[in-house]
Design a protein around this ligand. Structure first.
Ligand code: SAM
Length: 169
């Protein structure tokens, strides 16, 4: 789940947060404050390249986080102030439903309190997209990049030179 959205400045960043979540193994992203154009871009990419990834626009991040905990899920909030990602992984990998929370601007104090884990990817400020990518890479131990996306119109055949694309239409 990504909290917040700074209008205009964040349009591409917002789309990239969703695309990185999709490409690197997340099942779904919740986003606040965005309009339907980001959802449409992500939906169109799913149609073209396959997979079951979902994007849900929510009014408020808090009920999502509270319901997640109520139904037994775990919340991992990514913040440069948190414990080191590799320290948290040992116990986090044993959890079933993990909601990863990232911010776009200043994250409210309550997010830190609701989180079961506040996790840093290094203790320098950088980007929610980079933090999310590294978090997903760690939790899936790198296996997520070989994930198959079924049902798409197009599929890439990895090649040393040029673009090899299988068209399933
Ligand atoms: N100034 C903002 C603050 O104090 O919350 C930082 C916003 S930063 C541009 C956007 C998001 O990137 C943060 O909310 C956090 O989720 C993520 N992020 C940035 N640096 C991080 C780090 N070193 N470790 C983990 N997450 C980080």
């Amino acid at each position: 789940m990504r909290i917040g959205h700074r209008l205009v400045r964040d349009d591409r960043v917002t789309t990239h947060a969703a695309l990185v979540a999709r490409a690197f193994g997340a099942e779904k992203i919740y986003m606040t404050g965005i309009d339907q154009s980001v959802a449409k871009t992500v939906y169109d990419i799913g149609k073209r390249w396959g997979g079951e990834f979902e994007l849900e626009i929510v009014e408020d991040w808090k009920p999502v986080a509270k319901n997640w905990k109520r139904s037994g899920g775990t919340i991992a909030h990514l913040t440069m102030y948190g414990v080191r990602v590799d320290t948290a992984m040992k116990s986090l990998r044993k959890k079933n439903d993990v909601l990863v929370v990232v911010g776009s601007e200043k994250v409210p104090r309550e997010a830190y309190e609701l989180a079961d884990y506040n996790i840093s990817v290094g203790n320098q400020p950088h980007s929610e997209i980079a933090a999310l990518a590294i978090f997903l890479d760690r939790i899936f131990r790198g296996k997520q990049i070989a994930k198959e996306f079924s049902g798409g119109r197009l599929k890439i055949v990895p090649s040393e030179k040029g673009k090899v694309v299988q068209d399933n239409t």
